[in-house]
Design a protein around this ligand. Structure first.
Ligand SMILES: Cc1ncc(COP(=O)(O)O)c(C=O)c1O
Length: 395
């Protein structure tokens, strides 16, 4: 038999999956490793999907999505961006991950470089490598409240750089960028004539300040990516979108033809109901995550284990660097010794080595108990620093 693709085989395996596989073999584990809402999809969205299925929305759809969801998304972002967004500027995809991968495939030649955050969502690496492009990490340092360092980013730009990926609010750091920071990122992209791919999937989950869409500053250069997974607890429905110029939308549609043809028809109907319908559930879920963020801050903050207080998304980095133990070992040991499953920091990049990421998408009691166990672990392994509670990450 001929060998399998070397490129595919060399893609990194997610450190989160490794922890999950191990955790599944144990009893009474507190699961803080998964990045998935802990709520069910709101009832009115499920009803809309059932109705659409009965009415025959069960067929292939256009590659870039059904007119209903495209215009619902266009209307929503017209308000957010302060300009009229046309449905032709909306690409509907099988989750935001599919939007990001289609865009990378549409803009990158082999060997092109794309800047990605470190720490950042691991899937950026694999989707860029699959397109035979090169991910180049730029640092988001705990010591700087996970603010982007524009000079450090600029120093990584070469003639091969094609795009910058930003993620606001951020997985895994929970940082939310101020208007000035977003403007500076757009200016950097403009100065070097790069695409700015702005992953805003956590746009509705903000606890301090407000989310500023990058596209407000440059509608042509910024490609906005988001979806229904996080805002509406709809991860399994697999609907996301990108907002960019109609030419790039059409090109991505052509790429979709080869990969998924189109996103699921019934899920598109559900997503349209989510976007057009009442938004109370989004606010209820946001408040629940905020309450859990506060809980984590109260427990881990005084112990000096939070390098920054999350302002958005539903994650917190836990700094165990004083223990001098590599992240993957930390995750395994936490699981074996304390029955707490947390994602190894290094899976998000070198900047998070020696840390773990916990998810706030867990019931309050479990989360509080998980945090207490992490403190026991930190005490035992000399990971408690001699510092007070950190300042917020306002940028
Ligand atoms: C930063 C970030 N971007 C994109 C996604 C993908 O979301 P979707 O479910 O829409 O594919 C995730 C999911 O965890 C994420 O954390």
């Amino acid at each position: 038999m001929k060998p399998l693709s070397e490129l595919a085989q060399s893609l990194p395996r997610s450190g989160i999956r490794e922890v999950m596989d191990l955790a599944r073999q144990m009893d009474e584990v507190i699961m803080l490793a998964v990045g998935e809402p802990s709520f069910n999809t709101p009832g009115h969205i499920i009803e809309a999907a059932a109705e659409a299925a009965r009415a025959g929305t069960t067929k292939y759809t256009p590659n870039a999505g059904l007119p209903g969801i495209r215009s619902a998304v266009a209307e929503r972002y017209s308000k957010k961006f302060g300009r009229q967004v046309m449905p032709a500027e909306v690409l509907v995809t099988a989750g935001a991950v599919n939007a990001l991968a289609a865009i990378v495939a549409a803009i990158a030649e082999e060997g092109d470089e794309i800047l990605i955050p470190d720490p950042g969502w691991p899937n950026y690496v694999s989707m860029i490598e699959l397109a035979r492009a090169v991910p180049v990490r730029y640092p988001l340092r705990a010591e700087e409240g996970y603010r982007p360092d524009i000079a450090a980013m600029a120093s990584r730009i070469t003639p091969r750089t094609k795009a910058i990926v930003i993620n606001n609010p951020s997985n895994p750091t929970g940082a939310v960028f101020s208007s000035e920071t977003v403007q500076a990122l757009v200016d950097l992209a403009r100065k070097h004539d790069l695409w700015l791919i702005s992953d805003e999937v956590y746009e509705d989950l903000v606890y301090e300040g407000s989310h500023v869409p990058a596209a407000r500053f440059d509608p042509d250069r910024v490609i906005t990516v988001s979806g229904v997974s996080k805002s509406y607890a709809m991860t399994g429905w697999r609907i996301g979108w990108a907002i960019t110029n109609p030419e790039l939308v059409a090109l991505c549609g052509k790429i979709q033809e080869a990969i998924v043809s189109c996103p699921s028809a019934v899920s598109q109907a559900a997503a349209e109901a989510a976007v057009r319908g009442p938004q109370d559930a989004v606010e209820e879920m946001r408040l629940a995550y905020q309450r859990r963020r506060d809980l984590v801050r109260e427990i881990l903050g005084p112990a000096g284990l939070l390098p920054a207080i999350p302002e958005g998304a539903f994650y917190a980095m836990v700094d165990l660097r004083p223990a001098g133990i590599p992240s993957r070992d930390l995750s395994r040991m936490l699981l074996e010794e304390e029955r707490v499953a947390a994602a190894p920091g290094s899976t998000f990049g070198d900047e998070a080595e020696g840390m773990v990421r916990i998810s706030l998408a867990t019931a309050d009691d479990d989360l509080a108990e998980g945090c207490r166990r992490i403190i026991h672990f930190a005490e035992r392994h000399g990971a408690l620093p001699k510092v007070a509670e950190p300042a917020g990450v306002s940028v």
